[in-house]
Design a protein around this ligand. Structure first.
Ligand code: 6GU
Length: 248
């Protein structure tokens, strides 16, 4: 999986991505990251890449041409590999996009190359979005100062779906959202911490009871925090009985 990021803040992306599990995956060659500074493609000679919006209004707009030139450069690098046939997907991070979710991460993890376009200021000239972008994605209903953190959020979620990125121990865990239920709580030593004991069932050694308790904790949390997820969850008779017992 090769990530290309077009941004005004390449150091932010590099720092974040070279840390922890994604950093290890890059070092192992399972992922590659190439950041492209859009400012290097300024057409005015003075490094300027933004201008006033036509029609007036507050803020500045990122100009089409520097982004187009940055894209052409990235595409040339990708297509230098004769094994690459189709044009890579270009993801523009914007609160106007479709909201990112786990299935999208799974689908994008199957791509060989992904290009991310991070906007700043009030936006990007619509014409370059029309010309190069294949997917417009938001990471949720709040406004951020730029697309860099959303790009890193997406790359993190996609990376952990790439074979070999997670160790067996890391990927062996069942996980939130894959089955539309939230995770159950975890405990480790000591058995009693500041007067708070570990739930006794976890010390019982009875695996059937442990599994049932964890399942019920997942159901309880999902009901309390994300009830809308339950409609897509696969629920058995015991699950339904447990959920009904909650409303008594
Ligand atoms: Cl993708 N960009 C910005 N600027 N803000 C956001 C976002 C993206 N997703 C949620 N908020």
């Amino acid at each position: 999986m090769n990530f290309y990021v077009m941004t005004l803040f390449p150091e932010m992306i590099e720092q974040g991505m070279h840390t922890s599990i994604t950093g290890r995956a890059i070092a192992k060659g399972l992922l590659s990251l190439k950041t492209v500074n859009i400012r290097d493609y300024s057409v005015t000679g003075n490094g300027r890449i933004d201008d006033y919006p036509y029609g007036g209004g507050a803020g500045m707009v990122m100009q089409a041409e520097p982004i187009w030139r940055a894209y052409e450069d990235v595409k040339k690098q990708i297509q230098a590999d004769p094994a690459v046939s189709e044009s890579p997907r270009v993801i523009y991070l914007t609160p106007q996009g479709r909201v990112f979710h786990q299935e999208m991460a799974q689908e994008l993890a199957a791509e060989e190359n992904l290009i991310f376009l991070c906007g700043h200021y009030e936006g990007v000239d619509e014409r370059v979005i029309e010309a190069i972008v294949t997917d417009q994605v938001s990471i949720g209903d709040y406004v951020l100062t730029g697309g860099e953190l959303p790009a890193m959020v997406m790359m993190d979620a996609i990376s952990r779906m790439v074979p070999g990125v997670l160790s067996n121990a890391e990927s062996g865990q069942s996980e939130s959202f894959s089955d539309h239920l939230l995770e159950y709580p975890q405990y480790s030593r000591p058995e009693v911490w500041r007067d708070r004991p570990v739930p006794p069932v976890l010390l019982s050694g009875h695996h059937g009871n442990v599994d049932r308790w964890r399942r019920e904790q997942s159901l309880l949390r999902t009901m309390q925090n994300r009830p809308e997820l339950l409609k897509d969850a696969k629920l058995g008779k015991k699950d339904i009985a447990f959920l009904e017992s909650l409303s008594d």
